[in-house]
Design a protein around this ligand. Structure first.
Ligand SMILES: [Zn+2]
Length: 71
């Protein structure tokens, strides 16, 4: 799975959110339309929820690196 920073004016995929997406989450080898688009707000909230739910694991440090890998 890959997280890509985007600036293409696509809207956030979260239900009811009308903000512009800044991130796209994609599965390697899958077509682009299967990507999940997230605005910074929803991405932040999702991160908090996931941290809480998955807790304990210290793999979050790599997050910024993953964002920069743009290909
Ligand atoms: Zn959103």
């Amino acid at each position: 799975m890959k997280l890509t920073k985007i600036d293409s004016g696509v809207l956030c995929d979260m239900g009811g959110c009308v903000k512009k997406a800044a991130y796209a989450v994609s599965m390697e080898g899958k077509p682009l339309f299967t990507r999940l688009y997230l605005c910074p707000d929803c991405a932040g909230q999702l991160k908090k929820l996931l941290d809480k739910e998955l807790g304990g694991k210290k793999e979050v440090k790599n997050e910024k690196e993953v964002c920069r890998r743009d290909s």
